[in-house]
Design a protein around this ligand. Structure first.
Ligand SMILES: [Fe+2]
Ligand SMILES: [Fe+2]
Length: 180
C-alpha cells in the first residue's frame, strides 16, 4: 500500500481511538454520570483541527485524482466528499451544542445522548465506508504518476494529538486516551 494511503489509514486508527473515548462519554451520560464537557470540548477541538481540516483535505485530493480514472466509482467518492462537508458542519454544530450545555442547568441528558449518538454514527459510517469500500480501489487503481501528482498537492500539517511532535495543546486529551 502506498505510504500516503497508509498514513490515511493510520489517521483512521487514531480517530477511532478518539471516537471510542467519545462513546465512553456517551455511555457515562446514559448511565447518569457527570457530563465531562472539558473532554467533549477537547475531542471536538481535535476533530476540527486535524480530521476535518487536514485528513479530509488529503482524501479530497486523492479522491479527485481517482475520479479522473475511467472506471472510478464516482458514486462512492462523490458521496464521501459530500460527507466531508457535512461532517465538518456536524462537528461545528456539536461544538455549539457543547457551549450551550455549559450554560444549561440542568443539561437535558436525552438531547445530549441523541446528538452525540447521531454524530458518532455518521463518523463511524464514513470511516468504515472508506476503509471497507474505497481504500482498496485507490490501492488498485492509482498509478505511480497519480501518486506523484498527489504528493505535490498534499498539505503538510502534522496530527497535533498523535504525531510525535508537540502535544501541549491536547495534553489532557492525550492523557485521557492513555488511561482509557
Ligand atoms: Fe473521509
Ligand atoms: Fe478518512
Amino acid at each position: 500500500m502506498h505510504p500516503q494511503l497508509q498514513e490515511l489509514h493510520q489517521d483512521h486508527v487514531n480517530l477511532a481511538k478518539v471516537l471510542h473515548l467519545l462513546e465512553k462519554q456517551l455511555a457515562d451520560v446514559k448511565s447518569g454520570e457527570h457530563i465531562d464537557l472539558e473532554v467533549l470540548s477537547e475531542i471536538v477541538d481535535y476533530v476540527q483541527t486535524y480530521p476535518d481540516r487536514v485528513h479530509h483535505k488529503r482524501e479530497d485530493i486523492i479522491f479527485s485524482i481517482y475520479a479522473e480514472h475511467p472506471a472510478s466509482r464516482l458514486d462512492l467518492v462523490g458521496r464521501l466528499m459530500e460527507e466531508h462537508t457535512l461532517l465538518s458542519k456536524k462537528t461545528h454544530d456539536l461544538r455549539e451544542h457543547i457551549e450551550q450545555w455549559r450554560h444549561d442547568s440542568p443539561v437535558a441528558r436525552e438531547r445530549v445522548v441523541s446528538i452525540i449518538a447521531d454524530y458518532l454514527s455518521m463518523q463511524w459510517g464514513h470511516l468504515n465506508l472508506e476503509e471497507d469500500s474505497v481504500f482498496g480501489l485507490l490501492h488498485q487503481e492509482l498509478m505511480p504518476a497519480d501518486w506523484e501528482r498527489i504528493e505535490t498537492s498534499m498539505p503538510l500539517s502534522a496530527d497535533p494529538l498523535f504525531a510525535n511532535t508537540v502535544r501541549q495543546r491536547f495534553a489532557n486529551l492525550f492523557s485521557q486516551l492513555q488511561r482509557f
